[in-house]
Design a binder for this molecule. Structure first.
Ligand SMILES: Nc1nc2c(c(=O)[nH]1)N[C@H]1C(S)=C(S)[C@@H](COP(=O)(O)O)O[C@H]1N2
Ligand SMILES: [Mo]
Length: 366
């Protein structure tokens, strides 16, 4: 009885129209996710032609929040879509010719790549690195191209079907409408349950958001191997016409400025704080560099690790909001937020907001 009912239900629910609707929703979500992800990659590994502004200060926070939110929202869509089409896997004959074989292969690549991206992204957001035997960012980047290539082939092949299905006004089937509403609701719930990590007024309802603290810490001072900062600490600025080395008293004696800026982690969490300290452009001037043209390499006291250094393009160096912060929210920086000095610049990924800064090297692009 139950089996029959389920069979009857699925036969009415599974239809080219349902598959088309889910496909369009997935296509849009993946498209947004791909473009925002590519942008994040370009900002972190800028090729010569690439330019990224320092304003609006919240832009990266928005694009990366969107990247993670659209990625997570694809989970239920992907689940239902795979359910809607999987009987096709067992269609007979398995291959009806060269084109058909190519199409099936592209679908296999698409499904595998999509699952890899969404599941890998999820692991990354929740810091389950142990489950990934490779460096996440590299895998995520290259598989994204694979997914998009396969997606474009898939769209090209299926477009006529989708057009036919969605162009024709059809009487709505209540059961199918319920399924679609349920899928949309699941995507909405996932979004609500996680968006609070970046849309801060949603934090109370975002029970699945992994980083709900007011200002999360990505890597602690202990984890980065930063010991006690003694009186011999100096911030060294080189590459200008004179090298300078400033101790904490000297840094505190310079003009102090305040900026309200977010840390926007690639993992999707973000939080705004009030930072104060010395303008980077003032330090460039002090060291005999040109604050309008200099680019700056920012290095941490941290000995190793992928995120021990970052580079600031001229756009960000000259921005008066770019600070070497000594304080956050009116307090001396806590060790975990980068004591004695950290970089905070507008419209940049969190990974580039270097903590425990020890050295700045000026460069001028010729
Ligand atoms: N030296 C150093 N700076 C670093 C990191 C690091 O691992 N080492 N992590 C970065 C990352 S990934 C983020 S998101 C921010 C987080 O800053 P917070 O811990 O003060 O919130 O610091 C950045 N600065
Ligand atoms: Mo981060």
């Amino acid at each position: 009885m139950v089996r029959l009912a389920v069979a009857a239900l699925s036969s009415t629910l599974r239809s080219p129209r349902l598959t088309s609707l889910l496909g369009v929703a997935l296509g849009v979500a993946f498209g947004v996710c791909f473009v925002t992800g590519l942008l994040s990659h370009l900002i972190q590994h800028p090729p010569g032609w690439f330019w990224w502004p320092s304003r609006p200060v919240q832009l990266y926070r928005f694009t990366q929040g969107l990247h993670v939110a659209t990625g997570l929202a694809t989970l239920p869509l992907l689940g239902v879509k795979l359910w809607a089409v999987y009987p096709k896997l067992f269609g007979w004959p398995p291959v009806r010719g060269i084109l058909h074989a190519a199409e099936r292969a592209s679908v296999a690549v698409l499904v595998a790549a999509a699952l890899f991206q969404v599941v890998g992204g999820l692991f990354n957001v929740y810091h389950w690195y142990g489950l990934m035997p490779f460096f996440f960012t590299t895998g995520h980047y290259w598989v994204a191209w694979l997914a998009v290539g396969a997606l474009l082939v898939h769209i090209a092949v299926q477009l006529p079907v989708v057009r036919g299905e969605l162009g024709r006004g059809k009487p709505a089937d209540p059961a199918r409408r319920r399924l679609l509403t349920g899928t949309a609701a699941a995507a909405g719930l996932i979004t609500l349950a996680t968006a609070g990590q970046t849309v801060r007024w949603l934090t109370p309802v975002s029970v699945l958001a992994p980083r709900r603290e007011k200002l999360p810490v990505n890597r602690t001072a202990a984890a980065a191997g930063i010991g006690v900062i003694g009186p011999d600490y100096r911030l060294v600025v080189t590459g200008g016409t004179r090298e300078i080395a400033l101790d904490l008293a000297a840094l505190n004696a310079l003009d102090q400025h305040t900026a309200e800026l977010p840390i926007a982690c690639v993992e999707g969490w973000s939080a705004t704080a009030t930072w104060s300290g010395v303008r980077l452009r003032d330090l460039v001037t002090l060291a005999g560099g040109d604050p309008e043209r200099a680019e700056v390499l920012v290095e941490s006291l941290q000995q190793g690790g992928r995120y021990r250094a970052s580079e600031l393009p001229a756009e960000h160096v000259r921005d008066p909001l770019t600070l070497l912060a000594l304080r956050v929210d009116g307090q001396v920086l806590p060790p975990d937020h980068g004591y004695p000095v950290r970089l905070i610049a507008p419209n940049r990924p969190g990974v580039l907001q270097t903590k425990w800064v020890g050295r700045l090297t000026l460069r001028e692009r010729s």
